[in-house]
Design a protein around this ligand. Structure first.
Ligand code: NAD
Length: 270
């Protein structure tokens, strides 16, 4: 089978560069296009040279339509409004679209779900095997440890450049806990605490966010009972884990019918 031709959008970003390196390191996929925002100073540069893998002949461009026309799939770690825009294009062209972008609001989610009627979209707030496995364990723990006796808190830390909070992964893990408890996350989430908050509301799921330095991503789900706590933790040491997961998702999506899929589907954990 021919290599899957992938366009990296947000190609000059932290994840874009990690993707170019990860694709160079494996068989089955090639980069056929690199898209950046209009006005980026990196337009026209060779993507392989930028990522440190050597000259590739693929120049960073700001014309997604032309790039997508030559592709089988698109990998997208950009920003919510940009991912929605690209999803409309991948739907038009019937491509595989892997979305790792986080911070999506309800209106972004529904636009992406509409696009998935015609595109094969694989979307996850965390593309790593470890976090997706952790989400299954969190769901089991939340189910086994009753809400009356066990409080659930999600703690995360990321590098100082991250622009959204709580992280997509914190949200993904909290959602798994809510599923385990058979409750709706939105109406039970406590996203921020400040000042005279009063005692903890039973049955809620709390978030705490830390930002600093170059931390790639650390998440703990803490189940706190009377006299004991259980902590389920994942530490990302390198962005390559997300890049490898995203490539695996793109390859998994090849030839699959349009729809909205998650990494749990890709990893056979759903
Ligand atoms: P980044 O800021 O380094 O990269 C984003 C890139 O997108 C930038 O280079 C920017 O110029 C580019 N961009 C903006 N508008 C564009 C447009 N219209 N067309 C093409 N490119 C455009 O950010 P990052 O650290 O790479 O993270 C990107 C996103 O991925 C964030 O939402 C982050 O939270 C998320 N993320 C998800 C996972 C996961 O596993 N799902 C892992 C890491 C990061």
């Amino acid at each position: 089978m021919a290599d899957m031709r992938l366009v990296i959008v947000g190609a000059a970003g932290r994840m874009g560069q990690a993707l170019v390196r990860a694709i160079a390191d494996r068989d089955g996929a090639v980069v056929c296009g690199a898209v950046e925002r209009q006005g980026s100073p990196l337009l026209g540069k060779d993507i392989g040279e930028l990522a440190g893998t050597g000259p590739s002949g693929i120049l960073v461009c700001d014309d997604p339509l032309a790039a997508f026309a030559k592709a089988d799939g698109v990998i997208d770690f950009t920003s919510p409004a940009v991912s929605v825009e690209f999803a409309a294009l991948t739907a038009q062209m019937g491509l595989v679209h892997v979305i790792g972008t986080t911070g999506l609001e309800v209106q972004h989610e529904s636009s992406i779900a509409r696009a998935a009627e015609r595109a094969t979209i694989i979307k996850s707030g965390n593309m790593s095997l470890g976090v997706n496995l952790l989400s299954v364990l969190v769901q089991q723990a939340a189910k086994a440890l009753e809400a009356a006796d066990w409080d659930i808190e999600v703690l995360e830390m990321h590098h100082k450049h991250k622009v959204d909070a709580p992280s997509g992964t914190a949200y993904l893990l909290a959602k798994a806990a809510a599923q385990g408890r058979d409750i709706d996350l939105e109406s039970h989430a406590v996203r921020v605490r400040d000042g005279q908050t009063g005692p903890r509301e039973p049955g809620t799921i709390g978030f705490a966010t830390l930002r600093g330095g170059s931390v790639v991503g650390e998440h703990s789900v803490i189940l706190a009972g009377e006299g004991e706590t259980v902590e389920l933790t994942h530490r990302a040491l390198d962005r390559t884990i997300f890049a490898r997961g995203a490539i695996k998702a793109a390859l998994w999506g090849q030839g699959r019918k349009p729809g909205l899929y998650s990494m749990l589907d890709v990893l056979g954990l759903s």
